[in-house]
Ligand binder design. Structure first.
Ligand code: GAP
Length: 570
């Protein structure tokens, strides 16, 4: 179905029915920016709720909401200031900017790994010219994708709009760790806007400049990469494209772990959780696969990374990345902020160990620092021996920073009973692109009903923006009042409903089918009197079957159908 969908038709429907509108359209629009209309907002929120119900519900994760503007220090530490760039070239004649790797994609399997020099050479070798005007292309350069701003007046404090929500979780690690009573694993989710100043936004909602992510950061013990419910899913089958063969293979989760294809059990578990999430949202399992990043494609922080890819009219498209980020983020933020971001891992029993300790030289401290000597000695002995080995430390006493050389301390090796050790947690990250999921769900549910000659969205009831359309057969004789009262009851009970009394019943069904409403209910004359008094007709979007049911049971029946009950058996 998907391959036959023309994205222009789908986007036209989205615009007409209030799912998606190009932003700032009255001013000519801005590439890569879209607004969600009422139905789009509802569908997007429903997707987020399914994601939340899995992570906050079943897996017991906590949710936070952090700032979108971050000071430069955050992204210097994360590596985005130095690494988060695409390669750009400008036409020397018409000045149009292009992503350099996109211009040579027909000649190379993986053009995004070519260096600046290799791209310059590729233009010459393959005679690549400006696609707009045929002019010569200028030298290829790096273009950082972050939007830069100033925090406060003046330009002293540089800030960036976040390119991923993840960093807001990493910089809050210590708060979250304390909240979790200093235990691992610690699972945190966050959804919100991210910003990337894409050189050439294209393919509608696939490459946007402002987009939405649903990110999950799971902090785990680096020496224990299992997961408590792994055994429950280890025999699930999954389609993988490993980077060694680049061919799709179907295997069980456990086979993938045992053969070393997926790096560890916890990563594999969340690859499978991603699959479950996407299927629940309505992604077709036959058009879903998990592709492992090639070694040179991996992000600067990733130790192993898998993309959930779906088959769309554009071809296979990444909608979620699931990475083992190792200890990259916490190590870097600890280093750049000077804050400890580790976990104290208790041993089962205290063990005797040789450890380094910093010892103050009391005899020298006394004459030099007099009354302060005792506090200084305490501060010295609290220092990290590794830092002290550099020959210089800075301590803080009574708000004063004091720099000391190793004239005043020594690092000694002692045998001690220790009850545990500090480790830097590793991070497992399923990072979902909400807009890409939204688009994929729409595209894969899009269908043209040849018989009725109109478009149907076969959205899963759980994500459909409207669950029930309520119609009076005619807008008169009390049918309208009865239908309106039913609509109000359903809406108040939490089932998103609409009342529609205009046009023929066929037209009203068509309007509901086109926006993916799974059920419609019609009130007719028999509802008001006779043997069938107080019954209404319920109609199923996909099978087009209709049944007569008691009006006071409509809400319950729809809820049962949404939970998977068979329409035949209601
Ligand atoms: N924290 C990890 C991270 O951000 P990513 O692979 O760069 O990883 C995660 O992004 C997901 O965000 C992608 O799988 C994609 O679905 C979505 N995404 C990334 N850039 C996007 C863009 N410009 N427009 C829309 N979605 C985007």
């Amino acid at each position: 179905m998907s391959k036959d969908v023309d994205p222009a038709d789908l986007m036209a429907l989205c615009k007409r029915r209030g799912f998606i509108w190009p932003s700032f359209e009255v001013y000519g629009g801005v590439a890569g920016m879209y607004d969600y209309g009422p139905l789009g907002c509802a569908l997007k929120n429903n997707i987020v709720e399914v994601w939340r119900s899995i992570y906050k519900g079943r897996e017991g994760f906590v949710e936070i909401d952090s700032e979108t503007v971050n000071p430069r220090e955050v992204f210097k530490a994360s590596g985005h200031v130095d690494e988060f760039a695409d390669k750009i070239t400008y036409c020397t004649k018409c000045q149009t900017p292009f992503r350099a790797d996109h211009l040579v994609k027909e000649f190379y399997e993986n053009p995004d790994i070519l260096s600046l020099k290799e791209l310059d050479e590729a233009f010459v070798k393959h005679g690549v010219k400006c696609p707009e005007c045929g002019g010569d292309l200028g030298p290829v350069d790096e273009f950082n994708l972050m939007f830069k701003t100033n925090i406060g007046p003046g330009s002293n404090r540089i800030g960036y709009l976040r390119p991923e929500t993840a960093q807001g979780i990493f910089v809050n690690y210590n708060n979250l760790y304390r909240y979790n009573r200093e235990k691992l694993p610690l699972g945190v989710i966050q959804t919100g806007r991210s910003y990337r100043n894409e050189i050439a936004p294209r393919q509608g909602m696939i490459r946007m400049r402002e987009f939405n992510q649903m990110e999950v950061e799971l902090f785990v013990d680096p020496e224990d990469k299992g997961w408590v419910r792994y055994d429950a899913i280890k025999d699930e089958k999954i389609t993988l494209v490993p980077n060694t063969t680049e061919q799709p293979v179907e295997m069980t989760i456990d086979e993938a772990v045992t053969k070393g294809i997926i790096a560890n059990k916890v990563l594999a578990y969340f690859v499978n959780t991603t699959k479950q999430l996407l299927l629940r949202l309505g992604i077709d399992p036959a058009r879903l696969r998990f592709r492992q990043h090639l070694d040179d494609e991996m992000a600067h922080y990733a130790a192993d990374c898998w993309d959930a890819e779906v088959l769309l009219s554009y071809g296979w498209m990444e909608i979620t990345g699931i990475a083992d980020r190792g200890c990259w983020d916490l190590t870097r933020h600890a280093q750049f902020s000077g804050t400890d971001m580790s976990h104290f891992k208790k041993f089962d029993e205290p063990v005797e160990m040789e450890v380094d300790k910093v010892k103050a030289k009391h005899k020298l401290l006394g004459p030099k620092f007099k009354a302060k000597a005792k506090d200084i000695a305490v501060a010295i002995e609290a220092k990290d021996p590794e830092e002290a080995k550099s020959g210089k430390i800075v301590i803080s006493v009574d708000g004063e920073d004091i720099e000391l050389t190793d004239e005043f301390y020594e690092v000694v090796r002692v045998t001690e009973k220790v009850s545990g050790k500090r480790v830097v947690p590793h991070v497992i990250e399923p990072s979902h692109g909400l807009d890409r999921i939204f688009y994929s769900v729409l595209e894969q549910s899009y269908d043209y009903d040849e018989k009725e000659e109109y478009t149907v969205l076969h959205l899963k009831p759980e994500v459909a923006p409207i669950k029930v359309g309520v119609f009076p057969l005619m807008e008169k004789d009390g049918l309208d009042a009865f239908a309106m009262s039913l609509y109000e009851k359903l809406q108040a009970s939490g089932l998103a409903s609409v009342y529609d009394g205009s046009g023929t019943i066929g037209k009203r069904y068509a309007r509901m089918d086109e926006v993916g409403t799974p059920y419609c209910v019609t009130v007719d004359y028999e509802t008001l009197e006779g043997d069938l008094k107080d019954t209404v007709t319920i109609r199923d979007r996909d099978s087009k079957q209709q049944k007569r049911v008691p009006v006071d049971k409509v809400g319950e029946i729809i809820r049962n159908l949404m939970s998977g009950a068979d329409f035949d058996k209601i």
